[in-house]
Ligand binder design. Structure first.
Ligand code: SF4
Length: 100
């Protein structure tokens, strides 16, 4: 008999928080940059997406998800791609300090 305790939980339970996200009614292009977007255009779009996240009732769950699965693209939980990269870099530095 299969050991089902090691299987992931029901999909609906894992993803249900997304149903309450404030971005469900927002323009999806606000959260993901188009190819080649740089500079002020990117900063302004990211800031507009982060403003939506700021009042989102599931921001913490969204942020935890994005960091856990290392979402490579978009604004999640109020964090831009660069914000998440900075967090990962900090984690790498701390783990290197602990290992040495
Ligand atoms: S925190 Fe931002 S990206 Fe996450 S669900 Fe809420 S509005 Fe959407």
């Amino acid at each position: 008999m299969a050991e089902i305790s090691r299987l992931p939980g029901p999909v609906a339970d894992i993803w249900e928080w997304q149903l309450d996200g404030s971005c469900r009614d927002a323009d999806p292009t606000l959260f993901f940059h188009p190819e080649g977007e740089r500079g002020p255009a990117r900063r302004n779009r990211d800031a507009a997406a982060q403003a939506v996240c700021a009042s989102c009732p599931v921001m913490q769950m969204c942020r935890e998800h994005a960091l856990k699965v290392r979402e490579p693209y978009g604004v999640w939980g109020g964090l831009t791609e660069d914000d998440r990269e900075a967090i990962y870099a900090g984690e790498r530095r701390r783990s290197l300090r602990v290992a040495s």
